[in-house]
Ligand binder design. Structure first.
Ligand SMILES: [Zn+2]
Length: 346
């Protein structure tokens, strides 16, 4: 039922709700949940004429960045499209242009994938959306970026955030992992892997040297927090009276079993996140080489997991691909899954 469920933005609704309760005078927090829901529903409506050509025609992943100028109207005014010079009126447009290009280059050079759908889907981004909208959102057609309230959230045009959101498009076009319970947490997990690895690739950083943070720079300096999530140390990304504490578990024994957050899709993703980071560190070198090749085959290849995969199904399938992609690393992979409480054979 994934297509009838409203999609979340980069900042999950449960966290915005929690922050709204802790900061009752900051109405931008609760407003942002409503805006994301509206964007999600609007994403299923007929396409705006300005986007129709861009989405339907196979292309080369051309960038089309728009400026909403503080209005809640998509796609907004043309700001910087592929090949255009710098856009002066709203400088974050240029960051979005750069980062959309970084994700495109990562998909093409590392994964040999032509944009999100494998057919050169154009990369559309609308910046400066609304007043104090606290999220970045991908509706399967385009990215939408708010500016944040400036109190808790500093900005959303961040490379790992864009990599994360666009990877939802890749999963949508491949395994289609259901956005609920463990399969939903795997969908979130794969997006975190791509978000962080785009950073490692663009900055030329090895597994050992990287911070493994998803969304560094998201929070203002008034928040005690490094990022939205830590892949290597889930549960340690933030701890602040304005937000609460990062709830991600790092082990199956602490898995969240409630109904909130679609059964903890943004919470339990900490478990496979840590397994991946541990495995990549054990292999050494660049995580976007063999470790990513195993994960990409598992989520997107011909022999991939089903849409309802459990953590166990996913872990078992990584072992199958490890046997051909990195046979000498099978023990490392088995140990990494074991560290988070998942036992695999082989
Ligand atoms: Zn996500």
């Amino acid at each position: 039922m994934a297509m009838t469920r409203t999609l979340d933005g980069f900042v999950p609704a449960y966290l915005l709700q929690q922050a709204a309760i802790l900061n009752p005078t900051n109405t931008s927090l609760i407003d942002s949940i409503g805006i994301t829901q509206r964007l999600s529903i609007a994403g299923r409506a007929p396409l705006h004429p300005a986007l129709r050509f861009a989405v339907l025609a196979p292309g080369q992943g051309d960038r089309r960045i728009f400026d909403c100028k503080g209005l809640e109207r998509l796609p907004g005014d043309k700001a910087r499209h592929e090949g255009d010079g710098e856009y002066a009126a709203f400088p974050l447009v240029n960051d979005a242009y750069q980062f959309h290009g970084d994700v495109r280059r990562f998909l093409l050079e590392v994964l040999k994938r032509n944009s999100l759908d494998g057919k050169g889907l154009d990369l559309i981004g609308s910046c400066n959306y609304g007043k104090g909208y606290n999220n970045a959102f991908f509706n399967q057609r385009q990215m939408v970026y708010g500016n944040g309230d400036g109190v808790i959230f500093a900005k959303f045009i961040i490379r790992s955030v864009i990599g994360h959101e666009m990877a939802h498009g890749v999963t949508h076009h491949t395994s289609g992992l259901e956005y609920q319970d463990e399969s939903g947490a795997l969908n979130e997990h794969f997006s975190d892997v791509i978000g962080v690895l785009v950073d490692q690739f663009c900055d030329n950083v090895t597994s050992a040297a990287h911070h493994w943070l998803v969304g560094p720079g998201l929070f203002t300096d008034q928040v005690k927090g490094k990022a939205l999530r830590s892949m290597i140390e889930p549960g340690t990304a933030y701890d602040d009276p304005k937000l609460g504490k990062d709830r991600q578990p790092a082990h199956m024994k602490d898995k969240f079993e409630g109904w909130a957050d679609n059964g903890g899709v943004h919470i339990n993703s900490g478990i496979p996140n840590r397994a991946f980071a541990l495995f990549a560190k054990a292999v050494g070198g660049y995580a976007f080489e063999r470790p990513l090749a195993i994960w990409y085959a598992t989520n997107c290849g011909d022999n991939r997991v089903g849409a309802n995969a459990s953590f166990q199904d996913f872990a078992d399938k990584t072992m199958v691909h490890c046997a051909t992609i990195a046979p000498r690393q099978k023990n490392n992979l088995k140990e990494a899954w074991g560290e988070v409480g998942i036992t695999v054979a082989g």
